[in-house]
Design a protein around this ligand. Structure first.
Ligand SMILES: Cc1cc2nc3c(=O)[nH]c(=O)nc-3n(C[C@H](O)[C@H](O)[C@H](O)COP(=O)(O)O)c2cc1C
Length: 373
């Protein structure tokens, strides 16, 4: 039997990954002063045994004002770099997975108190609220403060903060950096007409609105050493009449490819309130990935309700994507890729200490999923 495409190497311009499964970045809001600590060691240690080719660490702020909440990870100072380097260094000794990190700026959606599992509200002055920023002085909703419109010096500083954080990430041992350009955060806010009313060279038509995200990607590419993968997450479309369209996302993906971005993940939602998303059914955003892939040639990652290895394989075989990102499935089953492989009749290398549970030594998954015990 041929090895499923999902478990074949994924050759990107900058480097080759062992397979086409990525652990999607997921905010955990569990840091103090932006520092990775014992929770991150546990969480990332568990996910490092998933069998995926790439693990992208949660949205990590490039500056204090770029955090979503006071409990976000950060990567703007030496202590944060050292803490992440320690965690990643320890885990790399026990896992062949490539570690990536998602860098972000919250823009007009920051300064929140986030409580897990869900719920957030604006921070008060006494709790250390900070001033959000955006392309224009337009609040995300009535429950969010009005951001300060960025001037060119402010934009230059943020571009520099992304590049500096990327340099820190590479020094800390990450082999991939992903930029968070979706979900209503700063890079996305520049793209969407309902948050960007600028009249300078960064507002107006699609090329101008895509310009700041492209410049940030270019600055980060320049900051990274050769061989370091650069990815970019964007919203395929906003499901809002004044939001980003798929055509505009295709244009940005083409620009990103030209400045040396290796892959684009196409997500959706959270750009503004009042959106009309489609029903959240299996693979409901995969057509974004297909459009970006087929019209730009950039490596394309599908995300959103990809529930099984077989579903992922079908997306790849159909030419919709080059890889898949798995979010909640990985939290639910941190050995997701191993189990997907067993269900599809193949096996991934695992820790020698876990070898007794491999599909060739323990028939459990093969019996349950009928791939022959
Ligand atoms: C707890 C949680 C935190 C998330 N945080 C992030 C994040 O930091 N950055 C991001 O781009 N997406 C984030 N997402 C979105 C996921 O990466 C993913 O795109 C989404 O969950 C859909 O994929 P799934 O159906 O496989 O979970 C988060 C999702 C969850 C459930």
């Amino acid at each position: 039997m041929n090895r499923p495409l999902l478990f074949t190497p994924w050759q990107l311009p900058s480097a080759t990954l062992a397979n086409r499964i990525m652990v999607s970045p997921m905010c955990m809001y569990s840091a103090t002063d932006g520092l990775a600590g014992s929770f991150h060691r546990l969480h990332l240690g568990t996910l490092s045994q998933s069998g995926a080719g790439l693990l992208v660490v949660e949205s990590t702020a490039v500056s204090p004002g770029g955090r979503i909440s006071p409990n976000c990870l950060g990567l703007w100072n030496d202590a944060q770099e050292t803490a992440l380097a320690r965690v990643i260094g320890d885990l790399r000794a026990h896992s062949p997975i490539r570690f990536g990190i998602q860098l972000s700026h919250s823009g007009r959606k920051g300064s929140r108190l986030v409580t897990m599992p869900s719920g957030s509200r604006a921070l008060t002055e006494a709790e250390g609220a900070w001033q959000g920023v955006g392309p224009s002085a337009i609040a995300y909703s009535r429950r969010y403060p009005v951001p300060q419109e960025l001037d060119l010096a402010g934009m230059r500083a943020i571009r520099g903060a992304f590049a500096a954080a990327a340099r820190r990430a590479a020094r800390a041992g990450f082999g991939a950096v992903e930029l968070h350009g979706g979900h209503g955060y700063l890079l996305h806010a520049f793209r969407a007409p309902n948050s960007n009313r600028r009249t300078d060279g960064y507002g107006g038509d699609c090329a101008n609105r895509n310009r700041f995200p492209r410049e940030v990607a270019e600055a980060v590419r320049d900051a990274l050493p050769p061989g370091c993968i650069l990815g970019y997450r964007l919203n395929g479309e906003d499901w809002h009449p004044e939001g980003v369209t798929l055509e505009e996302s295709i244009a940005l993906a083409g620009d990103l490819r030209r400045v040396g971005v290796d892959y684009v993940t196409t997500s959706g939602g959270a750009g503004s309130p009042g959106i009309s998303p489609p029903p959240v059914t299996p693979g409901y955003m995969a057509h974004f990935a297909a459009a970006v892939r087929n019209q730009t040639g950039i490596d394309s990652v599908a995300v959103g309700m990809i529930l099984s290895g077989r579903q992922a394989e079908e997306l790849l075989q159909d030419g919709c994507a080059d890889a898949v990102a798995i979010g909640r499935g990985m939290l639910d089953d941190p050995r997701w890729a191993h189990h997907a492989a067993a269900q599809m009749g193949c096996e991934l290398a695992a820790l020698p200490q876990y070898a007794k549970s491999s599909s060739s030594n323990w028939p459990g998954y093969r019996i349950v999923h009928g791939t022959g015990a």
